[in-house]
Design a protein around this ligand. Sequence first.
Ligand code: IPE
Ligand code: IPE
Ligand code: MG
Length: 228
Amino acid sequence: MNDLVHLAIIMDGNGRWATRQNKERSYGHKEGTKNVREITKYASKMGIKYLSLYAFSTENWNRPKAEVAILMKLLSKFLKTEMVMLSENNIKFDVIGDMSKFSTSLQNEIANAKEMTKHCTGMTQVIAINYGGQDEIIRAINKATQKHEKITKEILEEFLDTAGMPPVDVLIRTGGDYRLSNFLLWQSAYAELFFTKTLWPEFSSGELEAIVSEYMSTERRFGGVVGN
Ligand code: IPE
Ligand code: IPE
Ligand code: MG
């Protein structure tokens, strides 16, 4: 049996899910946000300690302005409405990514949200916004070299957005594509990867459970040999 401490999910397929039913892409994003709630509660019940969810990448600014605006609005709404549920379930809220690109008001909302759940001791829900693995590593190197002459793995990790978090054990991508799209590149060095065709709004706790049970019987060798 493997430990599952850190689960990461690339929540892809909201737009296609909506388009398939002749609805606007924004409808898919709204339903996708609802599913964040369901999967978060379930992951917390499963005893997972860190759930990292890819919500907005450094590349997603390339989308049409109107779609970016809707995503920012949904994020702001999420920060205002979800903290009660998180707090009730003893779930701490955190973010990764470069927050400096967001408006001051959104940055304040993020800080308030973190404050509201800072006493929680159960799972941590980590939302990745304006997050890119390459951007994170570059920012970390620039900070680390101000303090250290020689950078080691341990030093670099202290400067990543994920400082203090364990590496990713399982990484799931919904939506049918087989790529990482710049998510947690450093932290997923030894993650077990799972790809499903299910579009994010339809990704269920049952499917998560099936993936987790497959993960449990996987042999993780970390470069070693069987049974050692
Ligand atoms: C994922 O769904 C959510 C974000 C990237 C914000 P998409 O919006 O990428 O949905 P598809 O991939 O176009 O279906
Ligand atoms: C990855 O999805 C980013 C998020 C889920 C936030 P994208 O839809 O942006 O990825 P690509 O463009 O298909 O690689
Ligand atoms: Mg997509």
